[in-house]
Design a protein around this ligand. Structure first.
Ligand SMILES: *[C@@H]1O[C@H](CO)[C@@H](O)[C@H](O)[C@H]1NC(C)=O
Ligand SMILES: *[C@@H]1O[C@H](CO)[C@@H](O)[C@H](O)[C@H]1NC(C)=O
Ligand SMILES: *[C@@H]1O[C@H](CO)[C@@H](O)[C@H](O)[C@H]1NC(C)=O
Length: 435
């Protein structure tokens, strides 16, 4: 038998560990920081095939032949009729045009994309803006960081702080490929078309030019599954108010064209709300370099640790990497030779000591499964319960992975992994487990 996480929990270990992009048709999520376009610092591709929203029969659906046909190339903007309220195409350049609707999303949306993508986005039903009440946090100057968000009451682990639609969506292709001049014109027009509040929010973001602001503050989003042409930069001006911390108290996920920020530990009043702009499970020097490239010197709680503690933190990161690699490796072999029940608690302990509260899902899932395999009921239940909550915080509701963990917490003995390695961790007192 092979004990791979995928088989056991019905989850993709790689997808969970690395994070998966958001997409309109898949409840996937990307847990990496604002994406750096040219360096492709992105997470894995969506795992399953997308379902394109069904266009009404009144519209022609684009076919690959059409996509490639030179004659049709510049005709395309007319092929999709956008829902009422949407304007455009305007400011077209090659296949890309500006589309906008001052009433869409949370106070206006502008799109720079193809007609097909515009149709998909405009036809999507976005969940209404939501989150904690507006007085739950406030804006204030944070020493060394500029303006940030501060908790105005205790915000509990699992509370959704903001759920927002993008103000601006820019397809990645023109962002990367278009020449500077037409691109700047389009971007400026897209921002000008936003209602005042969204426009001011956009312009307040970090960055020199409109292009630079888009580049620095965007989140990678897929509007149409894994279709190559559906990668976009999503701009959420309100979300940009969160400052960075390498050990953030807020996690974000991008699903179904929506950006959701959620507390990953209890946050006392007066504490700054932070997200991480980068993938955090790397040594301090790597984090500092990445954030410098992004545009600032990291002064977060973790970057400013005294040398001894910073060294201990780096050592823990290395230990986590080594332990996870070992677990993955032994679990992929028949009988999982070398797997020990203590590995479960050790892994979770390292994550907690490192305050990686925004990335606990995969570690808790592994711990729950290891405990179940060795027949350690209370541990398995405890880890599985927490794993379900963490997976849901990190990837959104309705995930099979969270459901599998709930099942394990409810009825560990009913899980097929139950007890398959029982006795082995206890010096084989009960003999081998008959595999
Ligand atoms: C995303 O949309 C799909 C399909 O409409 C839905 O099943 C799923 O629950 C949504 N996911 C989230 C996190 O809202
Ligand atoms: C903080 O909360 C208190 C009590 O709910 C409220 O009166 C006050 O206006 C809030 N402060 C801000 C800046 O929102
Ligand atoms: C060995 O198995 C017996 C019966 O299943 C059980 O009561 C006992 O606790 C086990 N011993 C150990 C060390 O696991």
């Amino acid at each position: 038998m092979y004990y791979s996480l995928q088989i056991i929990a019905g989850l993709s270990a790689v997808g969970l560990a690395v994070g998966v992009q958001g997409s309109i048709s898949e409840p996937n999520t990307c847990s990496w920081g604002p994406f750096l376009t040219h360096r492709e610092l992105t997470c894995g591709a969506p795992q399953t095939k997308s379902q394109t929203p069904q266009p009404s029969t009144a519209f022609k659906v684009e076919t690959p032949e059409l996509w490639n046909s030179p004659n049709e190339r510049y005709e395309r903007p007319r092929k999709y009729k956008l829902p009422t309220g949407w304007k455009g195409p305007e400011h077209c350049f090659t296949d890309f045009c500006l589309y906008y609707n001052p009433d869409a999303g949370d106070g206006g949306m502008s799109l720079i994309t193809t007609s097909r993508n515009a149709f998909i986005v405009a036809s999507a039903v976005l969940p209404p803006s939501s989150g904690v009440e507006p007085t739950a946090y406030y804006e204030a100057e944070v020493p060394g960081k500029g303006v940030g968000l501060i908790a105005n009451r205790t915000i509990r682990k699992g509370e959704i702080i903001m759920q927002r639609a993008p103000a601006l969506l820019i397809q990645s292709t023109p962002h990367i490929d278009l020449e500077r001049e037409p691109r700047e014109r389009m971007y400026q027009a897209a921002v000008d078309r936003l209602p005042e509040r969204a426009r001011e929010g956009f312009l307040r973001q970090m960055g020199e030019t409109v292009y630079d602001k888009a580049e620095k503050n965007s989140f990678r989003m897929f509007v149409d599954g894994d279709r190559k042409h559906s990668a976009h930069l999503g701009l959420f001006p309100e979300v940009s108010k969160f400052n960075h911390d390498c050990r953030p108290n807020v996690h974000y996920r991008v699903t179904n064209l929506t950006h959701t920020t959620i507390a990953v530990r209890d946050i006392p009043p007066g504490t700054e709300l932070t997200v991480s702009y980068i993938y955090t499970q790397v040594p301090r020097s790597t984090r500092l370099t990445q954030l410098r490239e992004w545009g600032f010197e990291c002064t977060c709680s973790q970057c400013t640790l005294p040398p001894l503690e910073a060294g201990a933190s780096d050592a823990r990161i290395r230990q986590i990497d080594a332990l996870e690699e070992e677990i993955e490796s032994v679990m992929s072999r028949p009988g999982a030779p070398g797997l020990r029940p203590e590995m479960a608690g050790k892994l979770v302990e390292l994550y907690r000591m490192e305050r990686l509260d925004a990335a606990l899902g995969p570690a808790l899932t592994r711990a729950a499964l290891i405990s179940a395999m060795f027949g350690r009921e209370e541990e398995a239940r405890g880890f599985a319960r927490e794993a379900a909550e963490a997976v849901e915080r990190e990837t959104g509701t309705g995930r099979k992975d969270a459901e599998a963990m709930r099942g394990l917490a409810r009825e560990p003995r009913g899980h097929w992994a139950w007890g398959v390695l029982e006795g082995r961790g206890e010096g084989k007192k009960n003999g081998t487990s008959g595999m």
